[in-house]
Design a protein around this ligand. Structure first.
Ligand SMILES: [Zn+2]
Length: 70
C-alpha cells in the first residue's frame, strides 16, 4: 500500500513549488499554503512552520485511522 509520500520540505526542489503539500488533503495548511512558503518558514526557523506542519500531520493520521477502521 502506497498512499502517501514523505517529503523533506527543506529541499531545494521545493523552493519555487507553489503547490500544496498534498493536493488531496483538506487540512488548513494544504488549503492555505504552498510548499515554497512552508520551506521558507522552515529555513528561517519560523515557529509557524511547526504549527502548520502539525496541522497537516495530525490530519494525515486522522485520515489513516479512518482507513484502518474501514
Ligand atoms: Zn494537509
Amino acid at each position: 500500500m502506497n498512499f502517501y509520500d514523505t517529503i523533506n520540505i527543506g529541499n531545494e526542489e521545493y523552493r519555487e513549488d507553489f503547490s500544496p503539500i498534498d493536493q488531496n488533503c483538506d487540512c488548513y495548511t494544504c488549503q492555505s499554503y504552498t510548499k515554497a512558503y512552508l520551506r521558507h518558514l522552515l529555513r528561517t526557523d519560523e515557529p509557524l512552520f511547526l504549527r502548520l506542519a502539525s496541522i497537516h500531520n495530525l490530519r494525515f493520521y486522522h485520515k489513516l485511522m479512518e482507513i484502518l477502521r474501514g
